[in-house]
Ligand binder design. Structure first.
Ligand SMILES: [Zn+2]
Ligand SMILES: [Zn+2]
Length: 187
């Protein structure tokens, strides 16, 4: 299965996403993803959503700059959003624990995103009533559970660039942005 390179904006962090047939290409319309793009210096994606490639952390390796990963979250319980310290580029989302092996790579960091294949899931699509709906979630959820479970059963979950398994803590200190930061960014 194909391996696809990724890079931050300046080239200080470079690596490879392995085995793209294993993952899921998804578009997320949620306000947190939008705010994360703006906060890290990407253009405002507006209502169009952002795309990520969801996989397990063992499918991510670094050629250079792994020690430049820094992370933040909107509030104390939300996803960890990982940036390159060199240029601020947003690279990954993970959960807050290594025990559920999940990582999503922001596809704007992939020079050849066509190699990921089409988007198969869409999350948090706003509707007219101010609610949200999702499409392709069966694919997303079953894929995520299947991949996590496989990584757990095989021990591959221990191959993660994001956590220190001795302590189960992230390798970088989490900068927790105050509640309301997201709102301030989007207004
Ligand atoms: Zn989102
Ligand atoms: Zn950089």
């Amino acid at each position: 299965m194909a391996d696809v390179p990724f890079t931050c904006r300046c080239g200080g962090v470079k690596g490879t996403l392995h085995n793209v047939g294993w993952g899921n290409h998804a578009r997320c319309f949620c306000q947190s993803c939008r705010a994360a793009d703006i906060h890290t210096g990407d253009p405002d994606p507006g209502d169009g959503g952002i795309t990520v490639f969801q996989t397990t952390p063992d499918k991510i390796t670094f050629e250079t700059g792994q020690n430049k990963l820094v992370c933040f979250s909107f509030g104390p319980k939300n996803l960890l959003r990982w940036q390159a310290e060199c240029c601020g580029a947003l690279l990954f989302n993970t959960l807050r624990t290594p025990h559920v092996p999940f990582a999503a790579l922001r596809t704007s960091r992939i020079p050849e995103p066509d190699r990921l294949g089409p988007v198969r899931s869409r999350g948090f699509i706003p509707d007219k009533n101010g609610r949200h709906r999702h499409e392709g979630m069966r694919h997303l959820v079953l894929g995520m559970i299947g991949r996590s479970l496989f990584a757990r059963l095989t021990g591959r979950w221990k191959q993660t660039p994001f956590f220190d398994l001795g302590t189960s803590r992230p390798v970088a200190e989490v900068r927790v942005l105050p509640e309301g930061a997201r709102h301030d960014i989007l207004k």
